[in-house]
Write a new protein. Structure first.
Length: 192
């Protein structure tokens, strides 16, 4: 099942550590008709992140210039001085390839994209089983300072409050079940 109607978009959002990227990576590997939209950010790379793979990395000043030049579909200042957004050039590239765009995006960005694309979009919120589990996952990454960990956990609590704004919610308490659920949701939407 690799040929879906193009012109549709899939939006995946979640608090950090909920498993969103794991779900998205699984779907990208399974369906060759999906095109991943690499987001832009003004934060520094973490861990093994590479330019153009997980993100396009910019300084805050460069990001603000892109905003002024209207080069972004959407953007959000997720943390003070830390921007995330979607480059218009990424959306155009994927649509030109005739693929379905997959966004792996922060919660407010996901809501903004759903408003922009309307019925052409399916928005999916990946919910952690609990805040405690989320904190354990973030700690296990080994990429957070105690301060950034607490900031992310507080942000996650706020973001969970937006889950009802999404079309579908997947509670990621069992990875295999979550992946199967994501496949079913995506196939039903893209084949409709």
């Amino acid at each position: 099942m690799n040929r879906f109607k193009s012109g549709k978009v899939l939006i995946f959002s979640a608090p950090s550590g909920a498993g969103k990227s794991t779900v998205v990576n699984h779907l990208m590997a399974k369906y060759n008709s999906l095109g991943f939209s690499v987001s832009a950010t003004s934060r520094a790379p973490r861990g093994k992140e590479k330019e153009g793979r997980e993100y396009f990395f910019f300084t805050a000043e460069e990001f603000e210039k892109m905003i002024q030049q209207d080069l972004l579909v959407e953007y959000e200042e997720v943390y003070s001085g830390f921007y995330y957004g979607t480059l218009k050039s990424e959306v155009e590239r994927i649509f030109k390839e005739g693929k379905v765009i997959v966004f792996d995006i922060d919660v407010k960005g996901g809501i903004n994209l759903k408003k922009l694309y309307g019925e052409r979009a399916l928005s999916v919120f990946i919910m952690p089983p609990s805040i405690e589990t989320l904190e354990e996952r973030l700690t296990a990454r080994g990429t957070e300072t105690p301060e950034s960990l607490q900031r992310r956990v507080a942000k996650a609590q706020e973001e969970i409050g937006y889950a009802g704004s999404f079309d579908k919610i997947i509670i990621n308490d069992n990875l295999e079940r979550s992946l199967r659920e994501a496949e079913l949701i995506v196939e039903n939407f893209l084949n409709s």
